[in-house]
Design a protein. Sequence first.
Length: 401
Amino acid sequence: MTKLATVLLFLLFCTTGFSQLVISEIMQNPDEVTDANGEWFELYNPTGSPIDINGWRIFDNGSDSHVITNGGALNVPAGGFLVLGRNGDTGTNGNLPVDYVFSGTSLGNGADELVLEDDSVIPVEIDRVEWDGGTSWPDPTGASMVFTGDAVTDNNVGANWTTATSRESNYGAGSDLGSPGSNGSDQALPIELSSFVAIGGDNEVILNWSTASEIDNQGFAIMRSAAKDGEFDEIDSYVGNSELKGAGTSSNQNDYTYIDESVFNGETYWYKLVDIDMSGVRTEHGPIYATPHSAEVKEVNSFVPADFAMYQNKPNPFNPSTTIKFDVPALREGAINVSLTVYNLLGQKVATLYEGVVDAGTYETVWNGLNDSGNQVPSGIYVYQIVSENFSHSMRMTLVK
């Protein structure tokens, strides 16, 4: 493989790994105003970080195409929505709240397509919806088509869409139905999950998830399996663990953490998160996985250094592992907080090698090329950074395969 191909694959990995958006609502045939004034669609960001779509493209299978040009960042907020419409004037678009106005493409009243593509680095298709004009999809007039699933449900299946039955307050005064920019009543699920991640630690897996909103949510259950397609067993739930109780009905973000300590380093574990509503209806999310691994530093010299220092990793370039050494001086009596972290060139955290306290001395740790989820990272240049009291320093290292 050429170096150029390696770089392109690395960029593709980064782009697809962090750009997860869902086309969640489409007004393709307004009744109160003309199509040119009242067509719109909504994007939902189920992740825990905002996603900038400036420079992306929307198009169909024909000749319609528009490059999003905002003159700066156009962020879909974490756990939130963004509305794109053909007309941003509330006086003529039916009081529609529009975050961005597009042109050069329309939303067909019969069969049509809407494709969202990330063109910021190399073209990567993010989401696609192809409706059929009423055969298996809704075909409303004066109401939007509403996606009723969550972030892991296929939104290119007509059975997962319905017709809006109410006009949400943020739509303003008018007669067309829909919920642009909000989680409307037709979209209401037991929970609106904005993130769900697994982090492999030392003989433990940490599950973190956040909800953007909850409706009649009793609580959660944790399911685990040794294989993605294997049998999942319930290992804990809100019934016996109060920390897994839900927030009932809430429009605020809620953050949850669960630590599974009945695991072994080097083994991969798969998890599903289940939310249970007040009627006992269970909704599964995932699966996701992580591989526990040891993350520790070893003192290699009892001599007390005069200053902080971090050394070039050895070997460098490396495959599959490398050793990082650093010095910690005696700033004061007692231990000192230190963190050693690996980032990619986009500034995204890849792995936490150590986070804790150490006494003055010289230490080293080994990075085996795994991220915090226990997955092998691709070839490329990575940055390792030490942060402590009155000291921060970064250096680069190269993983080759």
